[in-house]
Write a protein that binds this ligand. Structure first.
Ligand code: PAN
Ligand code: ZN
Length: 184
């Protein structure tokens, strides 16, 4: 028998037998551009939380996982709070994201390092093609809540993103959301 899980599609609240993950400022060494600004913030400040329903064992081919991510509003220096971002470990796996609350951007970067940037807000459904890294950025003043569905054999590869990042960064420059090339 499958577990009974509920989702409120207006708020993203989930209930039932779920996995819970949280990333705070202290966990995000190497992901933001301004390391001094990251260090100066409280290390236990939460940047994002993920609840997921994983009805298959991690790595199972042919299954699906379902999750809701909440990225809090905030800045590290002039860079908006965001997820780490990852390629899937099993590269030929795609994913759906959809906006539930708040405003943000979804960055998708292909294996050649070309990044596309799409707006995400309530009701917007975005397809993340296989072989592309993906990162959520909260560009608003409220919580960015995003639903996701991905294959249970996708896995997560954070190494390349930790080393080289995405080819663009999303910053607040003079009060405006600005997508700027990553400096080396
Ligand atoms: C999402 C992400 C979630 C957290 O469930 O895992 O938004 O982002 P990071 O994994 O980059 O920290 C997903 O894309 N799963 O495949
Ligand atoms: Zn993913």
């Amino acid at each position: 028998m499958q577990e009974f899980v509920t989702v409120n599609f207006e708020t993203g609240a989930m209930d039932g037998h779920l996995k819970y993950g949280e990333s705070n400022i202290g966990d995000l060494v190497g992901f933001f551009e301004d390391e001094a600004a990251r260090k100066a913030l409280p290390q236990n400040l939460v940047v994002y939380q993920v609840q997921s329903y994983c009805p298959e064992a991690e790595g199972t081919e042919g299954g699906l996982f379902f999750g809701v991510s909440k990225v809090l509003p905030g800045l590290v220096g002039d860079e908006y709070f965001m997820t780490k971002g990852h390629f899937h470990a099993e590269e030929d796996t795609a994913e759906f994201y959809w906006g539930i609350t708040g405003q943000g951007l979804l960055l998708c970067m292909d294996e050649q390092g070309r990044t596309t940037c799409r707006q995400i807000s309530p009701g917007v459904l975005l397809y993340i093609p296989r072989r592309s890294a993906h990162r959520l950025v909260n560009t608003g003043n409220s919580v960015l809540t995003v639903g996701a569905c991905w294959p249970s054999n996708a896995g997560h590869n954070y190494d390349r993103i930790r080393r080289t990042g995405f080819s663009v960064r999303v910053k607040n420059i003079n009060g405006a959301v600005s997508v700027v090339p990553t400096s080396d």
